[in-house]
Design a protein around this ligand. Structure first.
Ligand SMILES: [Zn+2]
Ligand SMILES: [Zn+2]
Length: 242
């Protein structure tokens, strides 16, 4: 018996949401996985906000009104509520790192969006939203990078840590949109590695993060990738839509 199987034998894994016993390194049972709230049409073609069937005109999206984005569009897999929110919270704040595989598999569902499948998979490069080293030291890991790494394995896509966070920013959650933009100005730069920078020139990037809320962080990353890195196309792909 290999060591990981011994561990499963001694500490049988269970579903993170309902505690049903599981096998084969899984952490979500099928019923819990199937009932997670998906982002479905109709949705905003720019920021990916789900309209719940009540607001069919994308031009009237409350998040996008009077805004322009540096990214082409954003797409999330799950709505940030119920079990989906609980999964990301446990992963990120309770350091349940083993949930990265489940989250990446769920995020991969959003790749079936027809606007994404129009670009051949071989042309995409995954770039995770970076954390400042101080926050990463405190959290032990970068949640966006962990999801991107699993996604790269699942879909056989290249991954480049093409961005770095040069400024430590306060938590965005309590700020207004205007304050967020100010808080993020100059917070991201391209990687110092010339080879990584060259690999991205003229390419299509899938910018990976755990949550998309107002899009301010993604927008600033996309701006740097396009303006400084010569990236052709940036699509934001996240596990949750806040
Ligand atoms: Zn379950
Ligand atoms: Zn929108």
């Amino acid at each position: 018996m290999i060591p990981s199987r011994w561990l499963d034998f001694l500490f049988p894994p269970s579903c993170h949401l309902c505690q049903a016993p599981l096998r084969n390194g899984r952490y979500l049972c099928s019923p819990c996985r199937e009932t997670l709230p998906r982002v479905t049409s109709p949705l905003c073609t720019r920021c990916g906000l789900s309209f719940d069937g009540t607001q069919p005109d994308p031009a009237s999206c409350p998040n996008c009104r009077d805004r322009s984005y540096a990214f082409d569009f954003a797409r999330s897999a799950l709505l940030a509520r119920d079990g989906a929110r609980e999964l990301v919270h446990a992963f990120k704040y309770e350091r349940r790192l083993h949930l990265h595989h489940e989250l990446a598999t769920l995020t991969a569902e959003a790749l079936d969006d027809e606007r994404l499948s129009a670009t051949p998979p071989t042309e995409w490069t995954l770039v995770p939203v970076p954390l400042h080293w101080r926050r990463q030291q405190w959290r032990w890991f970068n949640q966006a990078h962990e999801i991107a790494r699993e996604l790269a394995k699942l879909r056989n896509l290249p991954l480049h840590r093409a961005l770095r966070r040069t400024r430590f920013t306060t938590q965005q959650t309590l700020l207004t949109r205007g304050q967020r933009l100010q808080n993020l100005q100059g917070a991201f730069r391209l990687s110092r590695c010339e080879q990584r920078r060259q690999l991205l020139r003229g390419k299509a990037v899938l910018l990976i993060d755990d949550v998309f809320t107002t899009g301010s962080t993604a927008n600033e990353c996309a701006r740097v990738l396009k303006e400084d890195g010569g990236v052709e196309k940036v699509v934001v792909l996240t596990a949750l839509r806040g």
